[in-house]
Design a protein around this ligand. Structure first.
Ligand code: C2O
Length: 631
């Protein structure tokens, strides 16, 4: 166990942290734009209030003028209130740039947004609009994705490279414009090209509309907890090497909480993140897995966590001693500081469901009671208590957690299904003509691949899918993605080698606007079974059932939860099992569906839906913005 000395700077650090990370959402929307370099949204209100003051000062208060002032006063109050209930537009500039970042005793030229790692937190209300000018001052192509934002009729702002847009070239810019429509909770944003999201990510917090309540008692304080992965080298080089050799990319060297590895890593102790709490107070932790390739178990020593929301959809509150969170997912938990005042570690380590190498280190931050002995008797050291995390391969705990999630009350799950899709998800191997080639360093002289229904997804190079579709450009993709695997086999059994090699292609699956869709994701045991966190862009879905082994279409649907299933945007199948989701395809455009482990995405564990326009403007894709990058 690590001994922790009370750092001398802790008081000041505490104050600093309180004013940034764990500050309650401000009453005045003006201060929302903390990072905004051109916040202009509130000038209207300010000019009104100052005008009213001036009027009061300079006028001689005759009865007539008093009456006049009264009227003006009422007008000011009404317009002030009106401006409060109105949605706002938040303007931000995101400059993608390299910045020296020191971790694990070494400094790397890290790609960041505005020099911040992790990137800036966006805080908005439901109904607000965002205008984010992304300026690429880095040496890589980049795109940004607002993970979980539905982007209704607006795929142009979604961001996946070569799917809905061509990348922003170095030196160029693109402005993402979108509106939050009927969503609230914790989402996040990240780069969606190559492996840039290893360091280009941040929280996106959506508060309810003014005047509408939270579905749970909202604490005064909230803290975003971004779990990440750190490589002690340029993550883009890690990917480049793997792309060359065909072998699996190196696992990360550290995990991080809000960008810091914590006490258990070399050269990291001074910077361990500390969260001061008042004894007895309840705080909201907005936990986000922004890791590239790893599911996590997360816990806070001695403290019960009450889950209230996942992926920006509310849940029935339930108490747990740990959470399991996959890349792409978010989990909001309430924590009450009801333990003996002291120091408690919050920690995350891998949930490793595959038979494959993984980073087995542990990241920590410290929950610090303000009245803890350390603060009272200056200089005395105290040892934070360490939480119990489930073991690395404790699938039972992982599944027990995920399957405890429920929507708060009865939800509208599609009951009549128009499109019944069965998707095998898993790894594969591409055989090489020369197995000794330096480019075939995967198992037995092969190259790693991954697929859905045996199609390993290839991104187009000539144009993005959405631009090609909108412009009617032929030859960029086909729409013959198979609704079921081309061959039936015992998916989770001993799969014959002849079925290990997928076919590379850019195939989409067409959906009619409004189609009610069921997808069963069936893991395969090809190479290894594994939990694949499947993320669908532009939609959220009900998770109606899951199980181990092969899905049985005769008996399993009878066990589906069609009453209060949780809604999510990312869900993993149990390793060697299946998971079933239902959704309505009510968002026209092209939407990527993929495994949120970036190593698998890179190997082709993806496909895309083409949701056709419905009737009229409100069911059709908007025209693209003029500054949309071209390939
Ligand atoms: Cu969080 Cu396709 O991404």
């Amino acid at each position: 166990m690590v001994r922790l000395n009370c750092p001398k700077i802790s008081k000041e650090k505490e104050r600093k942290k309180e004013s940034s990370m764990s500050r309650p959402f401000p009453l005045y929307p003006t201060s929302i734009n903390r990072w905004s370099s051109w916040a202009i949204s509130n000038t209207f209100k300010i000019s009104y209030t100052t005008k009213a003051k001036k009027a009061m000062e300079t006028h001689n208060l005759t009865v007539k003028q008093l009456y006049c002032c009264l009227l003006l006063g009422i007008f000011v109050i009404i317009s002030f209130q009106a401006s409060f209930s109105e949605a706002e537009t938040h303007y931000h500039e995101f400059v993608i740039q390299a910045k020296p970042v020191r971790r694990l005793c070494r400094t790397h030229n890290t790609i960041t947004v505005n020099g911040l790692f992790p990137g800036p937190t966006l805080e908005v209300r439901d109904g607000d609009s965002l205008v984010i000018k992304a300026i690429n001052n880095a040496r890589y192509n980049v795109t940004l994705h607002w993970h979980g934002v539905r982007q209704l009729r607006n795929p142009w702002a979604d961001g996946p490279d070569r799917v809905t847009q061509c990348p922003i070239r170095p030196g160029r810019s693109y402005t993402y414009r979108f509106t939050i429509e009927n969503q609230e909770g914790t989402l996040w944003w990240h780069a969606h090209s190559s492996w840039l999201r290893a360091t280009v990510y941040g929280a996106l917090i959506i508060h309810p509309k003014l005047g509408s309540p939270y579905s749970f008692p909202m604490p005064r304080r909230e803290i975003p907890i971004l779990l990440g992965e750190w490589w002690d080298r340029n993550p883009m080089d890690v990917l480049r090497l793997a792309d060359f050799t065909g072998a699996a990319p190196n696992v990360s060297d550290a995990y991080t909480i809000n960008g810091q590895p914590g006490d258990l890593y070399r050269c990291s102790k001074q910077e361990t993140v500390r969260f001061p709490v008042d004894p007895g107070e309840t705080i909201l932790l907005r936990v986000i897995n922004s890791g590239l390739n790893q599911e996590f178990f997360f816990a806070v020593a001695n403290h019960i966590l009450t889950v209230v929301s996942v992926d920006a959809d509310f849940t029935k509150p339930f108490a747990t001693s740990f959470i399991m969170i996959a890349p792409g997912q978010t989990t909001d938990v309430l924590l009450t500081a009801d333990q003996t005042p002291g120091h408690y570690y919050m920690a995350a380590h891998a949930y490793n469901s595959a038979n494959a190498p993984f980073d087995n280190t542990t990241t920590t931050a410290i929950l610090e009671y303000k009245s803890a002995p350390c603060n009272a008797n200056k200089g005395r050291s105290s040892t934070p208590i360490f939480p119990q995390l489930p073991g690395f391969n404790d699938t039972n705990s992982a599944i027990a957690f995920t399957s405890s999630l429920r929507s708060p009350s009865k939800v509208n799950v599609p009951l009549q299904i128009d499109e019944n899709l069965f998707f095998t998800v898993g790894l594969g191997l591409i055989n090489c003509t020369n197995p000794n080639s330096p480019r075939c360093q995967g198992p037995n002289g092969t190259r790693f691949a991954a697929s859905i229904n045996n199609v390993s997804f290839v991104l187009p190079t000539r144009n993005s899918l959405m631009q090609a579709y909108y412009q009617g450009q032929p030859g960029v993709f086909t729409t013959d993605f198979p609704p079921v695997p081309p061959v039936k086999f015992d998916y989770t059994g001993n799969v014959s080698r002849g079925l290990w090699q997928p076919v590379k292609a850019t195939k989409l699956y067409k959906l009619k606007f409004g189609a009610k869709v069921q997808i069963v994701f069936q893991d395969t045991s090809i190479v290894t079974v594994e939990n694949h966190p499947m993320h669908l862009h532009g939609h959220h879905f009900a998770v109606v059932g899951s199980g181990f082994g092969n899905f049985n279409p005769q008996t399993d649907p009878a066990k589906f939860n069609l009453i209060d299933p949780p809604y999510r945007n990312t869900i993993g199948n149990p390793p060697g099992g299946w998971v079933a989701i239902r959704l309505v395809a009510d968002n026209p455009g092209i939407w990527l569906l993929h495994c949120h482990l970036d190593s698998h995405l890179n190997w082709g564990l993806a496909m895309a839906f083409l949701v056709e326009n419905g009737v009229g403007e409100l069911q059709s894709v908007q025209p693209p913005p003029l500054d949309l990058p071209q390939c």
